[in-house]
Design a protein around this ligand. Sequence first.
Ligand SMILES: C[S@@+](CC[C@H](N)C(=O)[O-])C[C@H]1O[C@@H](n2cnc3c(N)ncnc32)[C@H](O)[C@@H]1O
Length: 275
Amino acid sequence: MTDRWGHSGTWEDMLRQTFKGADIKVEDLYLLEACDLEGLKERVTPRAIAAVLHANPSLERIWGTRYPEICTFIDKVTTEYGPASTRQELEFLSDKIVWEIAELLIYHRDPKFYEKRAAIDLDLKELTEEVNFDNRIVVDVGAGTGRIAFQAAPLSRWVFAVEPVTSFRRFMRERIRNERIKNVYVIDGLLSDIPLPDKFVDVLTTCQAFGWSLLDELQEIERVMRPGGIAIHFSGIPIDENGTIHPVITSDKWGYKCQQLSNQGALHCKYVRRF
Ligand SMILES: C[S@@+](CC[C@H](N)C(=O)[O-])C[C@H]1O[C@@H](n2cnc3c(N)ncnc32)[C@H](O)[C@@H]1O
């Protein structure tokens, strides 16, 4: 069976293939931050996460401090499912959880490994053919290791790389220091909560980084964009026979146009809106 992203098997299988050899363990679950915990319940098998939580009770305290809303889910799942019945079962279920959310753990453990295995070729032409960067303020949200931000920097006035995961921010700041880059600023934030003023941004980009809370994100983008600005979202999801996969953002209300990318790698299309 092949899913809509063209992967056969489950998402977990795909992560096991993509990140084969990654050094991730059940203890790394302690590294998860609020942005990871927000979507956790949609990602994990309830029986497996319950077994892991029973075996590691201090996870609730740590996760609950970072993202209090997770406690309702933890209470529900640990009430419904008991502990694993044997050590082997616990090992099996722990391994399952680790691989169901492997990329999140790798973000925290090893940004370089993530970049090597999962970074998607993005031809900067896909951006520069839409907009001239000269003297513009560019914001890349969900910047990860900064692939777009660092490519855009030599062309732009300032680049803000907005990223909620601490280890990615540290990774980008090290690169800025090592390469003495003068115009890239790394900041903590979410697409639904961009820590920049109203009407500030000339060019906003995301690459495989939208849709956690889509309507809040679209509103937030409208808030920060300058009149005359442009927002471009690169997506790894193929467009369908109607020429779109995203009825919400391509609706009249939000007004994005969907375009197939010429270079058919793992990225399939871009959504472009001029403000
Ligand atoms: C699939 S990675 C893509 C990283 C980078 N854009 C790239 O193409 O290499 C998704 C990124 O979005 C970040 N992220 C997670 N939740 C987010 C949110 N609510 N708003 C913005 N970024 C988020 C993750 O930490 C991660 O860096």
